[in-house]
Design a protein around this ligand. Sequence first.
Ligand SMILES: [Mg+2]
Length: 465
Amino acid sequence: MNRRQKTWLTRRSMFRSAAAAAMFGPLFKATEGSASAQQTVNRRSAPSTLKVTDMRACRVAANYDYPLIKIYTNQDVYGLGEVRDAGVEGIALILKAMLVGKDPLNIEGNLRTVRQFAGHGRMGGGYSAVDMALHDIAGKVYGVPAYRLIGNKNHDRIRIYADTTSHKDPKVYAERMRKRKEMGLTFFKMDLESSMLADRPGALNERGVCTEKGLGYLCEYIAAIRDVIGPGAPLAADHFGRLTVNDSIRYARAFEPYQLSWAEDLLQVAEGHQYPYLNWQAYKTISDATVTPVLTGEDIFGLQDGFQPLMDHRAVDAIHPDIETSGGLLETKRIADYAEMCGIQVAMHHAGSPIGGFAGYHCAATFGNNFLAMENHALDMPWWQDLVTGVPKPIIEKGYVKVPDDRPGLGLELNDAVIKEHLRRPGYFEPTPMFDDLIVSGFHPGGAWPHYDEEGKWCNCVTYQ
Ligand SMILES: [Mg+2]
């Protein structure tokens, strides 16, 4: 565009604006009002110049390790995130070089950049931790709780479910579950390992899988626990052993009279897929053969190529994302919304710290009516909730967590003293210069790249876009 055209356009725009102002005077007044209303928005930071400056980490040694990260900016605001339990912080730190210098408020753009380094299981932990930290920063900058960045608060409080340690004696096992009930829980889960029956003659076949007799014993455990929690209380089951498709169908059918909320990760043999939980054809065969609700997903990353095929084919009745693997708040919200569209229920797995916990609570608050409950794996670890400050304690009250409204971002701070007491190895958010450079893949748009330029000269430069 030449200068003459620009001038003409500018004059034309001015004329248009003046004419519009004359025609829509009242409208402009309304706009003025909105502008002044916007001045009430908390701008404690200046988003236009906000830049990521650093990423650091530490690891808490707990029931599983909790790798925690902090993303720092040039304006003192920082974000907290958590890598999947039993993972390591390196999966997040390798993303540092792709984020430093970027605007942390460009959440989707930053996540697109690092998505190539995300995968299923613990490999989803880095991406997910970065998503959490960016939402924590954005919430603090805009002065809103993290849930507000991804949707509305459809749930004021999040129902918590918990596992309990199994025992070979059904009576002892049931007593342990009674303690869960006394803690105030209203949603329960039990492990039903086939291996509990190893010393019962005729209970297991040559592969360690239950015979019909063994399935009868497993049902005795369910019945004992049903006696304690009551016939109407939601009860799920997990950890059955190394089951094939046919084994899974036999187990799920045996459980039908007890109306479980779900049977979790029944299939443990991949049967031609990279991971059993991605084998939607096998899961469809299982779920079509039983009325026991079938669930999987704690190790799945992402909607596309992750949860979507399972849901498109209605291969499961419920999904079970862990926000520390599934992709953080934004991706998990997309997954849960898609599930609602498909008529599939959503429970959330969680075995990490309150950092990932609150990321999950904020996220689940925006889910629809297909949300069931979110796990807590640390009910027997009293210092779990001491790891953080800023949120009401006890964090779990009468089986629910209140989703905080009154604090921006994830709404919590680290309790430095308590975390330092429980570090896996020395070092508390120490500098990470070894991650200043890209160490997994060197390709990044913008150059410079070493190559022969158009004149045949060797250079380390940018000659094309
Ligand atoms: Mg599980």
